[in-house]
Design a protein around this ligand. Structure first.
Ligand SMILES: [Zn+2]
Length: 376
């Protein structure tokens, strides 16, 4: 397919790689050509973008999509003043354990479809609402086709004490889950897992061939970011409560800081300061953190709007973080950009430029989503 008359084409190659009055050619699911002068003799489908913008599909590198039930009442209570704590996860654990595989799969596909309609072409999901060997294993199994992260260390379930549960996670549970996952993650936070437990679990995962990512420094300052850098994690996620030393460590590493403003929005908490991270040279990704407790959204344009308004990112930075940033957090070079050879995952916006994603918050600006070069 040849798409012509693109008002603003964002390729992320190099920097934001913005082209005006551009065209792009998709062939066999990949980007075959990008430029301003349409090559002669191009056959196949043609689409006149009529001045609309085309950007890479969003890469949402942080989600919790395998669960049952919702927590609307808890959200309402929180908006009346009750604080968010890690303990609310247990409500979802009960509902998830009681659900069938088909129910979990159907709920996940509903969310993936919702995300696709708002421009997300790649998603990551974690386990973490099963918290038994069998329920964690099936949580990853039903998520086949997505980027998968083993998060047995989400919270300590009520039937265990922290030490015996940590042993279970890095023993039998990891053995059962590792074949179904690429990544391993730990919620390193007061009320969840401390630094020593986090390190032990991540090291066990590394020994099984998984690559670490860490829920770090979300609710208060802790050791999560330093551990993520030390263990060469692909990402440190949240990064809300950070010291200069944490920022230095991130800036001198390949670990991406994944910012999740939906969580701060939905828990009425302080946003991470993206400006401080970016100015220090930290690689930043934006993701939705879709989960039923603290961020029940799949909408990346919403996250971009918040990041620009509340986290001091420019529109260019926010769009890049939600596309190329997410790809880097998943260590993928085939997505998140539209250079020749990349997967033809792209979003045609009902707007002349990507800036409108932040400038027109809450407005459905997705005209057409392309996944592997085909209209999704
Ligand atoms: Zn999360």
């Amino acid at each position: 397919m040849l798409i012509t008359n693109i008002g603003t084409l964002v390729t992320n190659d190099p920097d934001l790689g913005t082209l005006r009055d551009a065209a792009i050619l998709f062939e066999a699911g990949k980007v075959a050509w990008v430029g301003t002068k349409v090559p002669e003799g191009t056959s196949g489908d043609r689409l006149d973008a009529e001045g609309r913008a085309l950007i890479p599909g969003f890469v949402d590198s942080h989600g919790h999509l395998v669960f049952a039930g919702d927590r609307a009442e808890e959200f309402a209570a929180r908006m009346e003043g009750r604080p968010y704590t890690a303990g609310g996860i247990k409500t979802t654990v009960q509902a998830t354990r009681a659900a069938s595989d088909d129910e979990l799969r159907a709920n996940m596909h509903r969310l993936v479809g919702e995300a696709l309609r708002s421009g997300t072409t790649t998603m990551e999901t974690k386990s973490g609402y099963g918290l038994t060997v069998a329920d964690e294993e099936r949580s990853l199994r039903v998520a086949d086709g997505l980027e998968r992260t083993f998060l047995g260390a989400h919270v300590v379930p009520p039937e265990h004490d922290p030490d015996t549960y940590t042993d279970l996670v890095k023993g039998k549970m990891l053995d059962a889950c590792a074949p179904h996952a690429t990544w391993i993650d730990v919620f390193c936070e007061a009320g969840a897992f401390d630094g020593e437990q986090t390190r032990a679990i991540l090291q066990a995962g590394i020994a099984k061939g998984l690559t670490p990512r860490v829920h770090a420094n979300q609710l208060q300052h802790g050791p999560g970011i330093q551990l993520a850098v030390e263990l060469q994690a692909a990402s440190a996620d949240h990064c809300t409560h950070v010291t200069d030393a944490d920022i230095d460590a991130l800036a001198n590493s390949d670990t991406v800081a994944t910012l999740l403003p939906g969580a701060e929005f939905s828990t009425r908490a302080q946003y991470p300061d993206a400006r401080r991270l970016i100015d220090a040279g930290v690689q930043v990704a934006l993701a939705a953190d879709c989960n039923p407790g603290s961020s029940y959204t799949t909408n990346i344009p919403f996250c971009i709007a918040i990041a620009v308004r509340e986290m001091r990112m420019t529109p260019d930075e926010a769009v890049r973080a939600a596309t190329l940033g997410g790809a880097k957090a998943l260590r993928r070079s085939d997505i998140g950009h539209l250079a020749p050879g990349a997967r033809a995952d792209a979003v045609l916006l009902e707007a002349p430029s990507h800036i409108h994603l932040a400038y027109r918050p809450g407005v459905p600006l997705v005209n057409t989503v392309f996944k592997d070069g085909v209209r999704a």
